[in-house]
Design a protein around this ligand. Structure first.
Ligand code: THU
Length: 139
């Protein structure tokens, strides 16, 4: 992943903040998920009055891609903050890390956390989910 690709993903993730539906928390999250073929799927968080059905931005992006037949991914970029103000990294929740584990190689899949194009860090899924349980455990 070169700097230009990372900046493009940050741009797309930030644009997703406009679609984030957060009448309850006001915490807006945007994601940009890159497939192994280089296509980028955006995602935003979608809240619900019953709270539990809320879908995180990362899972929205994954489910959009998987529902179109894509199962191989290179990286995801995540941005977020209260009222869409990006002061800190918005790290993925445990459920989203587990969804990543289902479709991604933890050694190589990259998770880009950003507050803007000039401030980001890149982690592997393995760094965020050490000793993760995945499909290989059921072989
Ligand atoms: N949220 C995400 O979209 N991704 C995460 O990984 C963490 C949390 C959303 C869910 C909810 O709409 C809001 O942030 C506050 O939890």
């Amino acid at each position: 992943m070169d700097r230009q690709q990372i900046e493009e993903m940050i741009d797309i993730a930030v644009r997703q903040l406009d679609f984030s539906y957060t009448p309850y928390s006001g915490f807006k999250v945007g994601a940009a998920l890159m497939t192994k073929q280089g296509k980028i799927y955006g995602g935003c968080n979608i809240e619900n009055a019953a709270y539990g059905p809320t879908n995180c931005a990362e899972r929205t992006a994954f489910f959009k891609a998987v529902s179109e037949g894509v199962r191989e991914f290179r990286a995801i970029c995540i941005v977020g903050g209260k009222d869409g103000v990006l002061t800190d990294y918005a790290a993925p929740c445990g459920v989203c890390r587990q969804v990543m584990m289902e479709f991604c190689d933890p050694e190589t899949f990259q998770v880009i956390l950003a507050t803007g194009k000039d401030h980001y860090d890149v982690f592997t899924l393995k760094e965020l989910l050490p000793l993760g349980f995945g499909p290989a455990n059921l072989d």
